[in-house]
Design a protein around this ligand. Structure first.
Ligand code: DQA
Length: 144
């Protein structure tokens, strides 16, 4: 199968961005581990990080046309704001897991609403970089 990991705004700064909240792993570290994990299991993993809502929407549209089987998505701050990304996912109808490094439920009230959780296959929040590996394992299990 082919899976796509989408990383939203400011996640290109992981490693140096608020490490107490988001950890020390860089985005490259996370992508590399996921790539190895997918390849070892005989699957393909693609990834994109963007700070622009437009680019993420376009990538989701393309994912549909390419026949991507599953998405792992950290919408970052767009989690709490983006009806447009929600609509893109509904239009694409590709199953996805929503993921957050931090436990959004233990933070500011404005982080406790997500435009994605009710349409996701599942949600992982608060397990740091390891959450991505767990999300990928769950996705591969669902695809098997
Ligand atoms: C985040 C949580 C969001 O509230 C925040 O805006 C982010 C990252 C996380 O991974 O914990 O940028 O999605």
């Amino acid at each position: 199968a082919t899976l796509l990991v989408l990383h939203g705004p400011n996640l290109n700064r992981l490693g140096s961005r608020e490490p107490g909240t988001y950890g020390n792993a860089t985005l490259a570290d996370i992508n590399q581990r996921l790539h190895e994990q997918a390849t070892q299991a005989g699957h393909h993993l693609l990834s994109l990080q963007s700070n622009a809502e437009y680019e993420l929407i376009e990538r989701i549209h393309e994912a549909r046309d390419e026949g991507i089987d599953f998405l792992i998505f950290n919408p970052a701050a767009f989690t709490h704001t983006s009806i447009a990304l929600r609509d893109a996912l509904l239009a694409a109808a590709i199953p996805f897991i929503e993921i957050h490094l931090s436990n959004v439920h233990a933070r500011e009230p404005f982080r406790q609403h997500s435009y994605f959780s009710d349409i996701a296959e599942g949600v992982i929040s608060g397990l740091g970089a390891q959450g991505y590996e767990l999300a990928l394992a769950a996705a591969l299990h669902k695809l098997a």
